[in-house]
Design a protein around this ligand. Structure first.
Ligand code: ADP
Ligand code: ZN
Length: 611
């Protein structure tokens, strides 16, 4: 066995590299720069941690978030690797101490915040110890095109230039757009890097879109099927976070809120409770997530549709980082499209830009929103849709998403669609979707009364449909070209290119709907599958032992062993050190620390089985 496989097994407990890891590691070991574009959970950390252990000197890892650094260093220590982090969470005393240790050569890997790099003290240190490698995590932060631009990432090349000898530079990100990749190469000044872009598919994730009449009921229903498992519920606004969190608590679910409006203390409290499994669910805005390394997140539910596929895939991708099955469910309503449209109009991102650039940016955001909305409405395979969106080819059906599993029924929708179009025409193509919905339903609201909208023939012509159903129908008709949106201060729904044919009776409109009764069965069957460890009883016991050990150590449970490891352990029920070491995720150090305890628990369980 060669050296790198030996370290992979002994330190990290794995037999094989995952796709993309080996080329990155080989390049770094040969002294070449590297750029790895891999989805969340693909295993980027090992790409730089493993070479760091094999190269003489210290590896620096530039990382944007304090929580991420702490977690990674904790995980390394569990595996028997001496690491440290240097960021603003340390007191001046701790910082000096950590640097002293570093001078003494006690660490192989040091995580450092980008803001530290050019400080006198840190530069002084970096000039006096041999630096083998500078790894840049979340490298898209260097790009202003990315969502998480961090100005001090631009200091990295200056820092590297200030070193007596140029170390290898390796950058990693999960953001794949060519523009961002180009920025990373240029702004970090990578020198003909070895590039790996692994596939974006996450096979263990099950995707589903639900269009419930009550999102709250649907949410509870989902949580019921994920009993005892950890998950994230994403909401679009702070208000929605507060509201949903309160609702869940009333319903007996242990939940904590997270959004940028909370005191930072409360925020980190929520985050820790979640990471340490003291609460089951974290209800959060998109402020939560980057750098959250919790690997046993079993579900990510979107209570609102995000603004684009990039955001969705990144947030949903926080599920199942350990490779075990996990669910990504989006609770959609037509209203979500309108909310996002409003947010795009009101966005401050375009402030200070010249009008032409601002217009193009808004246009781009709207196009992205349209593609996101389409994901929520398509009855085609969702995985295929995602992968094609990111420019990767994919088979027609994956067999592991809501569309592939649902039984769909074709329903004739021509009549209803015609009534919607007729309403748009009759009322003069001057209302938004919301008001049209009120007219079609025949609702007596402030607007319909004040503006005397009941005078139209179409008033109440779809009174049997709910507000949500009508809004969904309008969105569907926009997608298919029966209607169109005219942008302005408020988006106005007008007739689309295919409206004439529809109104003249020359068009058939069919929609596919999920058979309602079966849908719920499917959800729970899928989630039972996700839950089913090969040996659920033993799995639960091992999980119990793991929490107990985690509590004693003040470490999150998954840094001891992740869910995938426990799953395999419960299936194989090893009875010796050798057998235990065969389990993926059990390295030498962890074996020595915890192996016996887990072997004992397995032996006790076996005895109870026999006796
Ligand atoms: P990323 O940073 O790409 O999101 P991580 O580095 O956090 O992903 O790795 C995700 C999970 O995959 C971790 O639990 C890690 O231990 C596991 N992992 C990494 N490499 C391997 C491998 N070669 N075999 C099995 N599991 C792996
Ligand atoms: Zn599918």
């Amino acid at each position: 066995m060669d050296e790198k496989h030996r370290i992979l097994k002994e330190i990290f407990g794995y037999d094989q590299f995952r796709g993309g890891q080996e080329p990155m590691i080989d390049a770094i070991l040969q002294g070449r720069d590297a750029l790895g574009v891999m989805p969340t959970g693909a295993g980027k950390s090992i790409c730089y941690q493993l070479p760091a252990l094999m190269m003489p000197g210290v590896a620096l890892v530039v990382s944007p978030l304090i929580s991420l650094m702490r977690d990674q260093v904790q995980a390394l220590r569990q595996a028997g690797v001496a690491g440290a982090y240097l960021n603003s969470s340390l007191t001046p005393g701790q910082y000096v101490k950590a640097l002293e240790n570093a001078y003494d050569g006690k660490y192989k890997i040091i995580y450092v915040a980008p803001e530290r790099l050019l400080t006198d003290r840190f530069l002084e240190f970096a000039r006096h110890v041999p630096i083998s490698l500078v790894a840049v995590d979340e490298a898209h932060c260097v790009s202003q095109w990315g969502q998480d631009f961090r100005p001090s990432y631009l200091d990295i090349p200056a820092f590297v230039d200030a070193l007596p000898r140029r170390p290898v530079l390796a950058a990693f990100t999960a953001t794949a757009t060519p523009k961002v990749r180009q920025d990373i190469r240029q702004l970090l000044k990578l020198q003909s890097p070895e590039e790996t872009c692994t596939g974006f598919d996450r096979e263990n994730l099950f995707y589903q879109v639900q269009r419930p009449s009550s999102k709250k009921t649907a949410l509870l229903e989902c949580l019921r099927s994920f009993k005892g498992q950890s998950g994230v519920v994403y909401c679009a606004t702070r208000k929605a976070v507060e509201d949903v969190c309160a609702f869940l608590r009333q319903s007996g679910v242990s939940a904590a809120p997270y959004h940028a409006g909370l005191e930072s203390e409360e925020r980190s409290h929520s985050q820790e409770d979640f990471i340490f499994d003291r609460v089951q669910v974290i209800v959060a805005t998109n402020a939560f997530g980057m750098g959250i390394d919790k690997s046993n997140v079993r579900f990510v539910i979107h209570y609102n549709m995000p603004k684009d596929m990039e955001s969705y895939y990144q947030e949903a991708g926080r599920a199942g980082r350990d490779g075990a099955p996990a669910h990504c469910i989006l609770l959609y309503s037509g209203q979500d499209v309108m909310t996002n449209q409003f947010l795009i109009e009101k966005s401050r991102e375009t402030e200070g830009l010249d009008p032409e650039t601002a217009r193009r940016m808004i246009q781009r955001d709207k196009e992205r929103l349209r593609q996101m909305a389409y994901y929520c409405q398509t009855t085609d395979c969702l995985r295929q849709y995602i992968l094609r969106y990111f420019g990767q080819d994919a088979p027609e059906r994956c067999g592991n998403c809501g569309s592939c599993q649902d039984e769909l029924e074709k329903v004739d929708f021509t009549n209803q669609a015609r009534r919607v179009a007729a309403c748009v025409r009759e009322t003069g193509q001057r209302f938004g979707a919301g008001v049209l919905g009120e007219i079609l339903r025949g609702a007596e609201t402030e607007k319909t009364i004040n503006w005397n909208l009941s005078r139209y023939d179409c008033f109440g012509s779809l009174s049997h449909m709910s507000r949500r159903e009508i809004l969904d129908a309008i969105q569907m008709m926009i997608q298919r070209g029966y209607l169109a949106v005219k942008e302005g201060k408020f988006p106005i729904v007008q007739l689309g290119p295919k409206a004439e044919g529809l109104l003249a009776g020359q068009e058939q409109v069919e929609i596919k709907v999920r058979r309602q009764t079966k849908q719920n069965q499917k959800t729970s069957r899928a989630s039972r599958q996700a839950q089913a460890a090969p040996n659920p009883v033993l799995f639960e016991r091992l999980r119990g032992l793991r929490s107990q050990l985690a509590r004693q150590q003040g470490a999150p449970a998954y840094v001891i062993f992740n869910d995938a490891t426990l799953r395999q352990m419960s299936g194989q029920a090893p009875d010796s050190w050798a057998a235990m070491l065969e389990i993926s995720g059990v390295g030498q150090q962890k074996m020595e620390r915890y192996g016996q305890k887990f072997l004992d628990e397995i032996a006790r369980w076996k005895q109870e089985q026999g006796g």
